[in-house]
Design a protein around this ligand. Structure first.
Ligand code: SF4
Length: 70
């Protein structure tokens, strides 16, 4: 498991934002502050969404917005 810190993708509102099927797992990641090492989710930030960017929970960028359930 990967331990997450503030500012990382796994705790960002855009992490898997439009991947409805993955929502329960993403909620668990936010609650637990840790994520599986092989996890990848699409970034829903408006700048990245059209590029179909997929990010690791430990990634990050200046578009970070704290997830409400974190
Ligand atoms: S790439 Fe940036 S905007 Fe996308 S999930 Fe990660 S921190 Fe959030």
């Amino acid at each position: 498991m990967l331990k997450l810190s503030d500012g990382q993708c796994g705790l960002c509102a855009h992490f898997g934002e439009h991947a409805a099927g993955d929502a329960p797992m993403i909620v668990q990641v936010r609650i637990n502050g840790e994520a599986p090492e092989d996890m990848l989710e699409p970034c829903g930030h408006p700048t990245n969404e059209s590029l179909h960017l997929k990010v690791s929970p430990i990634g990050g960028c200046d578009g970070f917005a704290p997830a409400k359930s974190a």
